[in-house]
Write a protein that binds this ligand. Structure first.
Ligand SMILES: Cc1cc2nc3c(=O)[nH]c(=O)nc-3n(C[C@H](O)[C@H](O)[C@H](O)COP(=O)(O)OP(=O)(O)OC[C@H]3O[C@@H](n4cnc5c(N)ncnc54)[C@H](O)[C@@H]3O)c2cc1C
Length: 394
């Protein structure tokens, strides 16, 4: 839709049709961000922004110098959608309603003269010898077209259409999910959260941020980000892996140990179970203390060194078994899709199939949570739409 608007606006002589399988357009925008649509992220340096893409970051650097979050904000503002930035950088419409974004896009498409065809599923796409595309849908065939943009998202049918025209499809796997963990240290603590923790998996860089205990395991921005970076490795491991958590990412086990030794002297008479420790919520602290084999009634003054070491390890390097993949309702995206080296990133045109363009999640691009996924869709759509408008033959 974004590409169609860009194309029709840049070259009003183009006839632009959007063919949508569903009965309503922009279904995902509607459900996005828990119904609020987190439409981009407050990161305005392309070199920094690309760090939010486990797949596609390198390729998006050039595109982001042309259309980045500033441009998204300005694009929507020019069409009456004001946005606000939350403390974690996520950007939403001030209405907190995704319908505001949906309505804006549909209205902008109509103003630009885009022809909207809902309930129209594309079943076949071919390029004839003259370089025209024949688009077949369930209701028939479109008149031959000079240019086609495939923006079918993460679904397999779009991949099949791309594959049939000679493209490589990197196998799709889920990204952005929570971790199912059954562990006595967090059982029954649903709702407890630590504002700044670090989570890590073998071979994947640690991620920092809030971690939330759920009924099934762990969630929160740090966990969701880690799921994106580890999407493929976790898929291969059938979502079974060892998660390492530091509940105090600014401290080392050594500095925690020094603190305990200090406590022996300063608050030696107090009970370990009842001593609040930094940012750790009381209920979680008690579980970690228990996991370090420290009994209720144990005072700091008499705490054996062995228990201190165990507790420091629980705080700085807790090991938890991930037993499966949970859902994250606010955002979901597919890793995998059309191979990135088959695209000309200046235009989003296929290198092997002239006249065919790609944008959004159909490509092997995915971002961490927080508005990155829509931003890559806006950017690639805008570039594709403009390129299609400029390259229409006379
Ligand atoms: C629940 C949820 C919440 C999300 N929230 C956010 C968020 O807040 N912020 C964020 O950045 N990202 C969010 N995302 C991710 C974001 O929605 C996607 O990355 C983005 O929508 C991708 O855009 P797209 O145009 O590439 O694909 P899509 O939005 O998936 O659109 C593809 C369209 O193509 C249509 N289609 C597919 N095949 C055919 C066919 N054969 N014929 C005709 N039509 C076809 C589909 O029906 C669909 O409407 C969320 C995702 C989910 C599932």
């Amino acid at each position: 839709m974004f590409a169609a608007i860009a194309c029709a606006t840049a070259n009003p002589s183009c006839r632009v049709d959007v063919l949508e399988h569903a009965r309503q357009f922009l279904g995902k925008v509607k459900v996005s961000g828990g119904g609020r649509c987190n439409l981009t992220h407050a990161c305005f340096d392309p070199a920094e922004l690309v760090k939010g893409y486990p797949r596609g970051g390198r390729e998006l650097l050039g595109p982001f110098t042309r259309f980045q979050p500033h441009d998204t904000i300005a694009w929507f503002a020019a069409r009456g959608v004001e946005t606000k930035t939350e403390s974690d950088g996520r950007i939403f419409p001030t209405t907190d309603r995704s319908e505001t974004v949906v309505d804006c896009l549909l209205q902008s498409a109509r103003v630009a003269g885009v022809h909207l065809r809902e309930s129209t599923r594309i079943i076949d796409l071919q390029r004839d010898d003259a370089g025209h595309f024949v688009v077949s849908h369930e209701g028939g065939e479109m008149p031959p077209c000079d240019r086609v943009l495939l923006a079918t998202g993460g679904n397999k049918q779009g991949h099949a259409l791309a594959r049939a025209l000679g493209h490589t499809i990197i196998p799709p796997v889920a990204s952005l999910f929570t971790f199912a963990i059954t562990d006595p240290r967090i059982a029954g603590l649903a709702g407890v959260s630590v504002q700044d923790a670090a989570v890590e998996l073998d071979g994947v860089a640690p991620q920092r941020g809030p971690v939330l205990v759920t009924h099934w395991g762990l969630s929160g921005p740090a966990v969701i980000k880690l799921s994106a970076w580890a999407a493929r490795a976790l898929f291969t491991a059938q979502y079974r892996s060892e998660l390492r958590i530091s509940w105090l990412p600014d401290m080392t086990a050594q500095s925690v140990l020094e603190k305990f030794v200090e406590y022996k002297h300063t608050i030696g008479g107090q009970y370990v179970w009842r001593t609040p420790f930094h940012q750790i919520p009381q209920r979680l602290w008690q579980r970690l203390v228990e996991a370090a084999d420290i009994l209720d009634g144990q005072r700091w003054s008499k705490l054996p060194r062995g228990n201190m070491l165990k507790l420091a390890a629980e705080l700085c390097d807790g090991r938890y078994e991930i037993s499966g993949k949970g859902v994250f309702k606010d955002e979901f995206v597919t890793a995998g899709g059309v191979a990135l080296n088959e695209i000309d990133w200046r235009t989003m045109q296929s290198k092997g199939c002239p006249g065919l363009y790609f944008a959004g999640e159909v490509l092997d691009i995915d971002g961490i949570t927080g508005g990155y996924n829509f931003q890559s869709a806006w950017t690639t759509g805008w570039i594709a739409g403009n390129a299609m408008a400029n390259q229409v033959p006379n």
